[in-house]
Design a protein around this ligand. Structure first.
Ligand code: XIL
Length: 386
């Protein structure tokens, strides 16, 4: 490397270090779009209050924790994302970076780099972190898990190894990360409310590894043990965090809603229930109300964990406002685990940008959904509008 290249190299390292080591600093706050600064002339009809308060502050004034999910690549690439996260959200969840296959390497080593960078930035920005997820059938490090099993002399030994691997993993995660809550298990029921047991005993599939197959007593025994492992790991490490059971399609009011509520109610290690709510704007309104009422009846915390609302015939913004309104009316403050969106900008939605399911447009403009939610929260907060 010649001298000039060497200087460029050092400069690049310094820029990268500034970017990832601290929350503040002008370089992190380029104005992402014209709607972010109050215009000199009133061409923009956006109410002044939109510039005055972020959603975070308005949610707080309503006794509500508002959160959003993002991934490492968005975090590293989108300046606008970081600006918006700080302004509008109080809590964050990482889309993939705390999942088993992102942390555990093929040889079983734990690789925390990316999650650590993201967690440090969130901490520096005063954002609370939610842990997703300690137990799932997808995104498992199956190279490692399969190698473990194939070394066992019989099924009993394989089962014992899998159970130990889960316990070790939970202990490591709980010890390593400071979070306000964990998804201890994710998607462990079928839609009809049976314990998940179908299709995915294929240990060859990278995305599928059913822990429950290795527990006598099946998925229920795995879930019991997952909550016990998490509870004990918290105690051993002198930490507290809410422990959630999380699932999708609960708004369809099928057997799954009943099953998850019954399970949560009967297991003292469970702090709360997460309802993902990957929904369409057309989801029947009453279903949302009935779902929340049923969840509240368990006495556990209720968290909307992965909200996104794809376009439909009904107005997307109104559906989102309806969800917030019902949540605030139905869930008593002590039982509120908060509402978290699965993404910030349509650009990065896991569903693809054309579904437009989030509060911000592809180019990080506040959408109608944002503006209506903002107006609703402001009205209800009693804060000064001018
Ligand atoms: C999704 C991520 O957003 C994607 O980036 C990844 O490719 C697949 O997983 N329910 C969950 C989340 O609990 O973990 C999923 O996240 C979305 C559905």
């Amino acid at each position: 490397m010649n001298k000039i290249n060497f200087i460029y190299f050092i400069a690049a390292i310094l820029v990268a270090a500034t970017l990832f080591s601290s929350c503040g600093g002008k370089t992190l706050d380029p104005d992402p779009d014209p709607y972010d600064t109050e215009p000199a002339t009133p061409v923009d009809k956006t109410p002044k209050s939109v510039y005055k308060y972020g959603l975070r502050e308005l949610a707080q004034a309503n006794g509500l924790l508002i959160g959003a999910e993002y991934t490492y690549s968005e975090y590293a690439q989108d300046d606008s994302l970081r600006v918006v996260l700080k302004r509008d959200f109080e809590a964050v969840t990482f889309g993939n970076e705390m999942k088993h296959d992102n942390i555990v390497a093929g040889d079983g080593a734990l690789v925390f780099n990316r999650a650590d960078q993201m967690a440090q930035w969130a901490k520096d920005c005063g954002l609370k972190l939610f842990g997703h997820t300690l137990g799932w059938h997808n995104q498992q490090q199956s190279d490692y898990l399969n190698a473990l099993i194939s070394g066992a002399k019989d099924a009993d030994e394989a089962a014992a190894l899998v159970r130990k691997a889960h316990k070790t993993w939970v202990e490591a995660m709980v010890k390593h990360f400071d979070v306000y809550g964990w998804d201890v298990v994710n998607e462990v029921f079928s839609d009809s409310g049976d314990w998940r047991s179908s299709a995915n005993t294929s240990t060859k599939d990278y995305h599928q590894f059913l822990w429950g197959s290795y527990y006598s007593g099946g998925t229920k025994a795995f879930v019991d043990s997952a909550f016990r492992n998490a509870r004990e790991a918290l105690e051993r490490n002198g930490k507290t965090a809410d422990l959630y059971i999380n699932d999708y399609s609960l708004e369809w009011l099928g057997g799954k809603l009943e099953a998850i509520c019954n399970y949560a109610q009967n297991n003292p290690d469970v702090t709360g229930i997460g309802t993902q709510m990957h929904i369409s704007a057309d989801v029947p309104r009453d279903n949302i109300k009935t779902m929340l009422e049923r969840m509240v009846k368990t006495g556990k915390k209720v968290r909307i964990s992965e909200l996104d609302v794809t376009l439909g015939t009904a107005d997307q913004a109104e559906t989102i406002v309806y969800i917030f309104d019902q949540y605030l009316k139905i869930v008593p403050e002590a039982q509120r685990g908060g509402i978290s969106f699965w993404g910030v900008s349509d650009k990065n939605s896991w569903l693809g940008y054309s579904k437009e399911p989030l509060l911000y447009s592809y180019s990080y403009r506040r959408k109608d959904a944002y503006l209506k939610l903002h107006a609703y929260l402001l009205e209800r907060s009693g804060l000064d509008k001018n």
